[in-house]
Design a protein around this ligand. Structure first.
Ligand code: AMP
Ligand code: GLY
Length: 422
């Protein structure tokens, strides 16, 4: 079959890489892709948000299955558009994507279906939010309602920090219209873990646990990024806790979607925190995580294609159950100096050929581009250097040996990825 992957980051490189190993897949297109994806798929210069152009393209090429990487095309309604035109797509419809697109919506949904989450209030009026803060207890968390590239969450230690957060989000509009409403919620303490479920809206399959490292600096300090590295499995999610998550999160979630008549054929990503009172949901995302996908797909022994295809067809139970390697996988993100703030682009990346033959490793590309024959940096997160081995310690050692061979001016990476499990 012909497949089109939407997006151009490390997650999409991992999707394309895994799909390219499928005997079912004869041709892969990627919109827009990147310099690494180009060796496995035909990259087409259409942006992921240009959903009408993507539809025209897949009609012209008679693509059988489109797989959406990032959230923006989903919240813009790419799945609804494709379904109207009889095109198979892996990704939820617009109403389903609101679980990520609106934090207020996600919190209300969790309340309605009894999914454990932090206590919260929603405000669309700054004066009322300020009044609430006067009688609140601290620390607490202030969140812009809409999409803000993972930056719309402010942890406030006291009243004055919370006041400033509300002012920035609701009055100064630092996240534009994403800050028209806010959620103010209880601060939770615990270790975080990402759990994914592939679903056709009726049944679902959960994938192995992953832990992401969101903060820019070692020791999980500094501003949040899209993710600086990940590893799987995450031992914090014991078998017992995984069962609780299945029972208390994914079961009510899927049955709630069904009750509300929401067509959800894609992947749902629970960002969880393991508190003293058990697992609670911090957020839902409506796509694979990045870098989480870069450690999940190397661990998948079986074919990814039937899972995505049958979920998109509404027939997930027809797909063989996925089989996983026992190996632990780790991904270290090499980023441009300055990320998640301002950074330079166009730096030549050296050493990629020296690591391309190593067993059980894969360098996934995120922000990379061709400049003539050279591969240069073209984004904040540049590469996802991934390795897998029976022991996590060996996988980590191997990934870091690769980061020493690869180089570009201003390359920055955290040296403590997976520290909580070592
Ligand atoms: P979110 O985008 O809602 O997942 O928030 C981003 C990050 O902020 C999370 O990964 C947590 O590290 C932190 N965070 C969000 N909500 C809370 C909360 N209620 N308590 C503690 N930390 C939180
Ligand atoms: N790594 C977190 C995310 O993809 O949202």
């Amino acid at each position: 079959m012909r497949v089109c992957v939407v997006g151009g980051g490390g997650r999409e490189h991992a999707l394309v890489w895994k799909l390219s190993q499928s005997p079912e897949v004869e041709k892969i297109y990627c919109v827009p892709g990147n310099a690494g994806i180009a060796s496995l798929a035909e990259c087409v210069p259409i942006e992921a948000e240009e959903i009408e152009k993507i539809l025209d393209f897949v009609r012209e090429k008679e693509v059988h299955l489109t797989v959406v990487g990032p959230e923006a095309p989903l919240t813009a309604g790419i799945a609804d558009l494709f379904q109207e035109h009889g095109r198979l797509i892996f990704g939820p419809c617009k109403e389903g994507a609101r679980l990520e697109g609106s934090k207020a919506r996600a919190k209300q949904f969790m309340m309605d279906y009894g999914i454990p989450t932090a206590a919260f209030e929603v405000f669309d009026n700054a004066a009322e939010a300020y009044r609430f803060l006067q009688k609140a207890s601290y620390p607490l968390v202030v969140k812009a309602d809409g999409l803000a590239s993972g930056k719309g969450v402010i942890i406030a230690q006291d009243y004055s920090e919370a006041n400033e957060a509300v002012r920035l989000i609701m009055e100064e509009k630092v996240f534009q219209s994403a800050g028209n409403s806010i959620v103010i919620e209880e601060y939770l303490e615990g270790e975080e873990v990402s759990v994914f479920a592939i679903t056709d809206g009726e049944s679902y399959i959960t994938l192995p646990s992953v832990q992401d490292h969101k903060a820019i600096y070692e020791g999980d300090r500094g501003p949040n990024t899209g993710g600086m590295g990940a590893y799987s499995p995450a031992p914090v999610l014991t078998e017992e806790l995984a069962k609780i998550v299945e029972q208390n999160v994914f079961k009510p979630l899927i049955s709630g979607l069904r009750k509300e008549g929401i067509s959800y054929r894609g992947v749902i990503f629970g960002g969880l925190i393991i508190t003293a009172d058990g697992p609670k949901v911090l957020e839902f995302n409506v796509r694979f995580g990045d870098p989480e996908a870069q450690v999940l797909f190397p661990r998948l022994r079986s074919d990814l294609c039937p899972l995505l295809y049958e979920a998109a067809r509404g027939n997930l139970s027809a797909a063989p159950a996925p089989r996983w390697l026992d190996d632990a996988a780790v991904c270290v993100i090499m980023a441009s100096r300055g990320y998640p703030g301002k950074y330079e682009k166009g730096k030549e990346i050296l050493g990629l050929n020296d690591v391309s033959d190593l067993q059980k490793t894969m360098v996934f590309h995120a922000g990379t581009a061709f400049e003539g024959n050279k591969i240069v940096t073209a984004g904040g997160r540049v590469l996802g250097v991934t390795a897998w081995e029976p022991s996590l310690k060996d996988a980590v050692g191997k990934a870091y040996r690769l980061t020493e061979i690869i180089n570009f001016e201003g390359a920055y990476y955290r040296r403590d990825i997976a520290h909580r499990a070592l």
